[in-house]
Design a protein around this ligand. Structure first.
Ligand code: MEV
Length: 309
């Protein structure tokens, strides 16, 4: 008899990255924000093992998020009787405002839930991913995990530790955007959020203004309008909040010089880069030429993609 190997059982899932179109930082203080799932994804697979070992492997160096996702999944449900290998592949740049940790965590939790034989339940999944985010980022609003779990365009608000989530229909008049890397921040999201909090007396008014701009942007989005001036205003307020470094400001200035707008779309960073910038311009070709000339890495992105699957 030929020795036929049994096919390996794999429990697979994937989750998108995210970006915040309007309202970052203020969303931590209960103001509304608009986010979108992006076309970059993280994939995870849990492969049952014959022994009881639990192993973790990822193409993005740190496996701490994978281990945390496993710990939180099993403490929410039960410990598995069988061992497993959990593997991750992610296209999402780490620490750049695109929700890499939430996405990796969501893909892992979802594939481990499949491994445990649990039915798909986005609310339960979102709760577990939020638990991992709390350990990674201190006091996160919950917008990153919610966006990568549900996908699409998310209107998000946190009231008394409860999430108010609305998935919005795609605005047909939302233009094409491109993303440019202003450099990986030296600071973590947690450090940036704590920095804003450390000066809360001075920052209170700025956060309220960001909340107002985000509210207006969301209401335009719902009416299928797009006003790039609001993105510019949002960016200026983030600069006043002190979360945008010199390198990013220089790129933003260049983009504005040819009639475009650009903004940070995560926590930002000041010591080095500020992560990924979202860019809009009527004439994107002109922006692309400019970025090429400056030797800056940019890429196209599509927004409103599917959540965890
Ligand atoms: C992180 O993607 C966005 C912040 O608003 C933090 C948070 O919402 O938890 C800076």
């Amino acid at each position: 008899m030929p020795n036929r190997k049994r096919p390996q059982m794999k429990f697979k899932s994937s989750a998108p990255g995210k970006l915040i179109i309007s309202g970052e930082h203020a969303v931590v203080y209960g103001y509304p924000a608009l986010s979108a799932a992006v076309s970059l994804r993280a994939s995870a697979e849990a492969i049952p093992r014959e022994d009881k070992k639990q192993t973790f492997k990822s193409n993005i160096a740190d496996v701490a998020v994978l281990k945390l996702a496993a710990e939180k999944t099993f403490s929410a449900f039960r410990q598995p009787e069988q061992g497993f290998s959990l593997r991750v592949r992610s296209d999402i740049p780490v620490g750049s405002g695109l929700g890499s940790s939430a996405s990796v965590s969501a893909a892992c939790v979802s594939s481990l839930l499949k491994f445990l034989g649990k039915k798909k339940n986005k609310e339960a999944l979102n709760k577990i991913v939020y638990e991992t985010e709390k350990e990674v980022h201190a006091n996160p609003s919950g917008i990153d995990n919610t966006t990568v779990v549900y996908g699409g365009f998310i209107k998000f608000k946190k009231i008394n530790d409860k999430f108010k989530i609305r998935q919005l229909r795609k605005n047909r008049f939302l233009p094409e955007f491109i993303l440019v890397q202003s450099g990986q921040p030296k600071e973590t999201t947690k450090e940036m959020v704590l920095m804003v909090r450390a000066n809360i007396d001075k920052n209170k008014q700025i956060l309220a203004k960001i909340g107002k701009v985000a509210k207006e942007f969301i209401s335009d989005f719902e009416e299928e309008k797009f006003n790039p001036e609001l993105l510019r205003e949002n960016q200026r307020l983030l600069e006043r909040l002190g979360v945008v470094g010199k390198r990013a400001q220089k790129i933003i200035h260049l983009v504005e010089g040819v009639g475009g707008v650009a903004k940070v779309c995560g926590a930002g960073g000041v010591k080095a880069g500020s992560g990924i910038l979202l860019i809009y311009c009527k004439d994107l070709n002109e922006i692309k030429l400019l970025l090429k000339k400056e030797g800056l890495d940019f890429f196209s992105v599509s927004l409103g993609k599917e959540g965890v699957r």
